[in-house]
Ligand binder design. Sequence first.
Ligand SMILES: N[C@@H](CCC(=O)N[C@@H](CS)C(=O)NCC(=O)O)C(=O)O
Length: 409
Amino acid sequence: MSPIGTIKSYPNNPRVAKAQIAAAYNGLEFDVQAFDLSKDRSPEFLAKFPLGKVPVFESAEVNLAESSAIGYYAAALKEDSALLGKTAVDQALIMQWVLFSETEINTHSSAWLLPLRGIWPYLKPNVDAAATNYKRALGALNTVLLTKTYLVGHEITYADIAIVTSLIPAFTHVLDKAARAEFKNVTRYFTTVTAKPLFQKYLGKITLCETPLKFVPAKKETKKKEAAPKKEAAPKKEAAPKAAADEEEAKPAPKPKSKLDLLPPSPFIMDAWKREYSNNDTKDAIKWFWEHFDPEGYSIWKVDYKYNDELTLTFMSNNLIGGFYARLERAHKYAFGSMIVRGENNNNTISGYFVVRGQEVPYEIYDAADFGSYNFQKIEPSQYEEKKDEIFKYFAWDFEDCVDGKVFK
Ligand SMILES: N[C@@H](CCC(=O)N[C@@H](CS)C(=O)NCC(=O)O)C(=O)O
């Protein structure tokens, strides 16, 4: 079967999945082409699609923007498609839910989640209002779904495809178990519909949110310290950490005493390592590291971002690292980390290594709002030898595909 036309978008966009699922229910498919918002918005593209947003659809017959219209087109291509309802009542109800998915779900979902993900600026009253509005919509949906398996009639329609795909960002990033219990009819509906083969085919495995994303404002001092070295400027060129904070900076709030201060003293001095790393070539610094490292007083962790498949532009991925570090204010004394962005726009990952005081991920790290988005895997001393080369490469940003990164000191 030849595709009905081409959709352009960045990868893993639920708005694209919406159109693909609608097409698949009618035995149709799209050709999907990767689109890089940072460089593909050519004058020709903007002449066809003046809003300049994706997804867009192109075919010999029509050019369309707005994902709901693209999905609708695929649903309407088959005469009498069950997706669009047989009666005027069902057709109107389906339109009601498609509009609801855009105005009451997608709009509030973006305003709630994009600031938490570091993609939009964070303004607390706006984010709080978006969360409230979103939950109001979810509450209404929950009431309707008390007595229904599907939104219109007794089988899947385009209403379900539009609503379920619009729910994905919140179900994966902020609606944890407790929140899902509040909206249990919506949760049952979401899990039932996403388990259907054609949904699974285009949505892949959906991991429901365990720890909701939270925002903790960056402190002035942290922002200054986190200034990232460019790829060309090796991390070692950064200034050594200062012993005392600048007088001009705001005084941090009194810090709670850390359990880590009660650990037996360690011969490995974190500040000495940071100075060594900052002032020397990483090849030399790493020798110092292994000569002085104390595996009883400290531990080493491989860190991977959990949602690498959702990353888009590499500069945004690097901003996420900055956002994570900004929330580790209390960990500076006890941790060192180097996290890098590897790959290219729309196909990149965030990963790195952390060295931390003690044998567990300490409170100073796991309490950070973004901690839930990262997987921390401990490297046992028996694995050090085998991992030495990789650890060096992460500290030195010495990977062919390394595009950017940030060092936590
Ligand atoms: N209602 C539109 C929303 C499209 C949209 O917001 N696209 C975003 C990416 S998900 C975009 O292209 N943003 C780029 C920009 O705002 O310039 C749809 O469903 O297609």
